[in-house]
Design a protein around this ligand. Structure first.
Ligand code: SGN
Ligand code: CA
Length: 540
């Protein structure tokens, strides 16, 4: 009996000692926290994901995330442009507070970003692809990022351990390979991971991989209803923006007509950097890549040479739209394949069950709607962004959410998933209740503010409020114009009903709500002016 007591006592002591060891505790806790795979592409319009619409392209791999998870149909950004969107994502703060209002000024690295907090709490962190901050990310165990916008062929990368290196091949495939090799070779199975897999594609100038351009240059795509929009029914901002496919798209860099042919046809550069853009992208291919490219794009050039003189403005617009879609959608094909490879890896290695997978873009994009390419506006195609989320056991497969979620919410969502307290000055909301299907007590209106003007594409400064039903926007700086859209009745946003008396009450209510949102998010006239002055200082 005594012996048995002693043995029991000894066992209890052992258990107590073992369970008090901090390392063991740490391992048990962290083993349960989910991995996070954040996939983001650059300028990927939701219209070009078949989970949203299969009119333009099939994206079976990206769609898998929604089939096994949730599709958000009203996900949006706070400021529809690249680096500012990324800064909002990483800081969980609006542009006017994190300071990254546009693509021009570098990101202020004294901002606290959520990957730093995840890293401090024991997550292994890595980033591959496009960041576009003008400096390197903090809080990452590993990173390989494109300098600035990066290039499609034989890109340079800024790496954490080897400095700047050039990698031969096609950017999208390289970023996928880097992501996969990190998972295979560098991932530490003892810690949860946070992995950012960030594509450059389908950013301008839209250069697909050889296996895709061969197929895509032969395709014809349906035109959007508003391709020939005359911008009546709206204010001056839509009329004055420089992103029309016919008037503002480059012939060489964008439509891939060779500068020599353009010269011989007497077609001047649309932008004075057009031929340079062609040289920067197509000119970066090596001999083999260029020979394969020419073999296909020769026929595009030949067709243009034979037909240009006889094409009406309307036919030219249609031709430019098709050319644009062939290359833009062709660039998405390899993104979709890469996503499939990474999802397969997670599944084949037992990682899918405990990994949150997010697919999104840094903003939406115009695919000929209103005759446009590019983004920046609060109008739906650029304001909204794709968002698909898979999290087995939490998100119900095949579910849909229509609420006003924003890129502002990622930081707090991921911190909550990792059981890390979010700093009090972050401005988003955790999406985890929405993932669980709990839709109550979530915001019903979002705040938007775009700044980069005067600048490329000439989209005027504006801010606004958007609900599931309405959108109220104020364009300012060199104008003072208000626009209101009825999102349910006029989803294409062709008619500004701000001065329609039938909407007087809606206007009044939204003005009040917008004022409140400006206060809530700490935006103000003083800050608007500060960011105007910044441009004037730069110009002087
Ligand atoms: C480049 C593009 C623009 C684009 C900006 C911002 N021109 O200047 O069309 O709006 O980037 O894009 S390009 O011919 O040089 O590609 S962003 O995604 O970085 O915000
Ligand atoms: Ca972008």
């Amino acid at each position: 009996m005594n012996n048995l007591r002693q043995l029991l006592f000894f066992l209890v002591v052992l258990i107590v000692i073992w369970s008090c060891q901090p390392e063991v505790q740490q391992e048990e806790e962290t083993a349960q926290r989910p991995n996070i795979l954040f996939i983001m592409s650059d300028d990927h319009a939701y219209q070009a994901i078949s989970a949203y619409s299969d009119k333009l392209i099939e994206t079976p791999n990206i769609d898998r995330i929604a089939q096994e998870g949730m599709l958000f149909t009203n996900a949006c950004v706070t400021n529809s442009i690249c680096a500012p969107s990324r800064a909002v994502i990483l800081t969980g703060k609006h542009s006017h507070l994190n300071g990254k209002i546009d693509n021009r000024f570098p990101f202020d690295t004294t901002n606290v970003t959520f990957p730093q907090l995840l890293h401090n709490s024991g997550y292994q962190t890595a980033m591959f692809g496009k960041l576009h901050f003008g400096n390197s990310p903090k809080g990452f165990d590993q990173f390989k990022i494109l300098p600035g916008q990066g290039t499609y062929y034989n890109p340079d990368f800024i790496t954490k351990n080897e400095g700047r290196v050039q990698v031969k091949g096609y950017t999208t495939d390289i970023i996928t390979d880097m992501t996969l090799s990190w998972l295979k070779e560098e991932r530490n199975p003892d810690n949860p991971f946070f992995l950012m897999y960030l594509h450059k594609a389908p950013h301008r100038e839209w250069l697909p991989a050889e296996r895709h351009y061969k197929e895509f240059v032969k395709k014809t795509f349906p035109e959007p209803e508003s391709l020939f929009d005359d911008y009546e029914g709206r204010g001056s901002a839509a009329k004055e923006a420089e992103m029309n496919l016919l008037k503002h798209m480059n012939w060489a860099g964008d439509s891939k007509i060779r500068p020599s042919l353009l010269d011989s046809l007497g077609i001047p550069e649309t932008e004075d950097w057009d031929h340079e853009a062609f040289a920067r992208e197509v000119g970066r291919q090596n001999e083999t890549q260029r020979a394969a490219w020419d073999a296909v794009y020769d026929s595009v050039n030949q067709h243009f040479k034979e037909n240009y003189a006889n094409m009406s403005q309307e036919e030219l617009m249609r031709w430019r739209y098709q050319r644009y879609m062939q290359d833009y959608l062709g660039s998405i094909a390899s993104v979709d394949e890469g996503v499939g490879q990474v999802l397969d890896y997670l599944e084949e290695n037992g990682l899918a069950e405990n990994t949150i997978v997010v697919y999104t873009s840094d903003q939406g994009f115009y695919l000929g709607e209103h005759g446009w390419f590019d983004k920046r506006f609060i109008y739906d195609e650029s304001f909204k962004t794709p968002l698909l989320v898979r999290w087995p056991g939490v998100v119900e497969p095949g579910s849909t959410n229509t609420q006003m979620v924003q890129n502002l919410d990622f930081a707090q969502t991921f911190l909550a998933a990792a059981e890390v307290d979010a700093p009090a000055d972050m401005q988003g909301e955790s999406l985890i209740p929405l993932f669980r299907g709990e839709t109550e007590n979530f915001r019903d209106a979002v705040y938007y503010h775009y700044y980069e003007y005067p600048s490329v594409h000439m989209v005027k400064r504006h801010y606004g409020i958007v609900t599931e039903d309405y959108k109220l926007a104020h364009f300012y700086y060199d104008v003072d114009e208000w626009e209101l859209y009825d999102r349910k009745k006029d989803p294409q946003e062709m008619n500004n009903v701000y001065n329609d008396s039938a909407y007087a009450e809606v206007v009044e209510q939204l003005h009040q709500d917008l004022d409140e949102l400006r206060v809530k998010y700490k935006d103000s006239k003083e800050l608007d002016q500060k960011y105007i002055d910044m441009y004037q200082d730069m110009a002087n």
